[in-house]
Design a protein around this ligand. Structure first.
Ligand code: ZN
Length: 475
């Protein structure tokens, strides 16, 4: 099977010297542009470089962020619901945002659901029914998901789509992992899951808490898809040992078996500008010599976040200092750190998620402080969304619990554990992403600890230990 694949790949690379030269030229151009971008970023007054690693701020250049997506007439033309396929008409939709978040089509709830991956921009699906309210309609789609009005364009009537076929196009190394490319007849809905995994109902009555991340395979399910012509070359994928194609009712699944169960570090996918499905599977971060970590100090600027009872201690300033200290510590270890802010400025939640997607980091950690009305709540907890983010949450929580164990000797309640919760910044697929709550500003003794320089160093050190443990860096 592998021979057949490499033959296919060779054939593609031999198509012409001109293409080769064009490719080399493009790569050179990209290299020059990237160097210019890094130069601009580094020259910005809010950035510093210390130690052997780099600390960058993710702020600059965010306005220029653009997602590649297929456009009709560019690259290979995909079938669309705007031309007749001889199958009749119905209400059809097209995803118009880069990440169209979905939930279970069979459930009434519209809360974020980690078992449903977002649909890529350009995805086409048939609308089966309309739910929600008149102001906030939600559409139930043929692929079994629900999607919000704001993420899609509806055309009614439009033309129903035929069954789909996939063709493996090639695999290439990219920053952070390996990209697998597939040609498709049309932009079918895709769902990515990591199984098997048992969940339990915990914090906030949500049913997605995990004790241990246990998945053995990554399933990429293509709706309405009846065939894949050849299995992808996975030789560069250091987290995957084999893959199979599983046909079935409603679509086909490309199953990638993990080399080690519970070792997976994220993925991303899009319909690229050539109309191909492009999946990036992240490399094994435990073997990466120069990992990238995003630290996200919560709040900032016009959004101070939580405050102490007297209003004198602000979450936005505490998280900023903790993140800056952790960044210095990680940088000294040779780790590249990206901060979503380095000053007391406002950064929207969407921008923070975009920064994560732009930098394709190995780990993402949002840093926050808690508040609560009675002033009695105390201690620390760490939140995750995806099952493969749970190990990072557990590592950070372990060291945070040690810090709070010193503050509250013999009191296990100060360790509030790891929990599922769908925070906006952790609902990304690119890498393990967590949010750590460093203690309660509304609690007098927690606040005094967080407001002390020594306390913040201890907290930053605990977060750094958790990160280094996941990166397999000795400390
Ligand atoms: Zn907060």
């Amino acid at each position: 099977m592998r021979k057949e694949k490499s033959n296919k790949h060779n054939k593609k690379t031999k198509t012409g010297a001109f293409l080769k030269i064009a490719l080399v030229f493009s790569l050179l151009l990209i290299a020059v542009l990237s160097a210019a971008l890094v130069y601009v970023t580094v020259q910005s007054p809010v950035n510093v470089i210390t130690g052997t690693g780099k600390i960058l701020t993710g702020r600059s250049g965010i306005r220029e962020l653009s997602y590649s997506y297929y456009k009709k007439g560019r690259g290979k033309k995909l079938l669309t619901p705007y031309e007749d396929h001889g199958l009749g008409t119905g209400m059809m939709c097209e995803v118009i945002v880069p990440y169209g978040e979905c939930t279970d089509g069979a459930e009434e709830s519209n809360s974020s659901d980690p078992l449903y991956s977002p649909l890529a921009r350009g995805t086409v699906d048939r609308v089966l029914s309309v739910a929600g309210t008149a102001e906030q309609p939600v559409y139930v789609l043929e692929s079994g998901v629900k999607i919000n009005d704001e993420y899609i364009k509806i055309t009614d009537p439009a033309y129903l789509m035929p069954e789909n076929t996939l063709r493996y196009y090639g695999s290439e190394p990219v920053i952070g992992g390996i990209k697998l490319l597939f040609e498709t007849d049309w932009a079918v809905p895709v769902r990515v899951t990591l199984d098997p995994q048992s969940y339990f109902t915990g914090y906030d009555n949500r049913a997605f808490n995990v004790t241990e991340f246990s998945a053995k395979y990554l399933d990429i399910h293509f709706s309405r898809t009846v065939s894949l012509d050849a299995l992808p070359d996975i030789s560069g994928l250091d987290v995957v040992k084999k893959c199979v194609w599983i046909g079935g009712e409603g679509g086909g699944t490309l199953r990638l078996y993990l080399k080690k169960s519970g070792q997976f570090y994220g993925y991303s996918y899009e319909l690229d500008r050539n109309g191909r499905f492009a999946f990036v599977i992240k490399k094994n971060i435990r073997q990466d010599a120069t990992p990238t970590v995003i630290l996200d100090p919560g709040h900032g600027g016009t959004d101070p976040g939580a405050a102490s009872v007297d209003g004198a201690v602000l979450e936005s300033l505490m998280t900023l200092d903790i993140a800056n200290q952790a960044a210095e510590m990680l940088s000294e270890r040779g780790i590249r750190v990206v901060l979503t802010r380095r000053d007391d400025v406002f950064v929207s939640l969407d921008e923070r998620a975009l920064i994560t997607r732009k930098y394709s980091p190995d780990l993402f950690v949002a840093i926050h402080c808690d508040s609560e009305e009675t002033g009695t709540a105390y201690g620390t907890h760490t939140f995750y969304y995806k099952n493969y983010s749970a190990p990072l949450a557990q590592s950070i929580q372990k060291y945070m619990a040690q810090v709070y164990g010193e503050l509250y000797p013999g009191d296990a309640a100060a360790d509030k554990g790891t929990k599922f919760y769908p925070f906006a910044v952790t609902r990304v697929e690119e890498c393990p992403s967590v949010l750590v709550e460093c203690g309660y500003l509304t609690n007098e003794s927690n606040c005094a600890f967080i407001n002390s320089a020594a306390g913040r160093i201890k907290i930053a050190d605990a977060i750094v230990r958790g990160i280094l443990e996941q990166l397999n860096v000795k400390f």
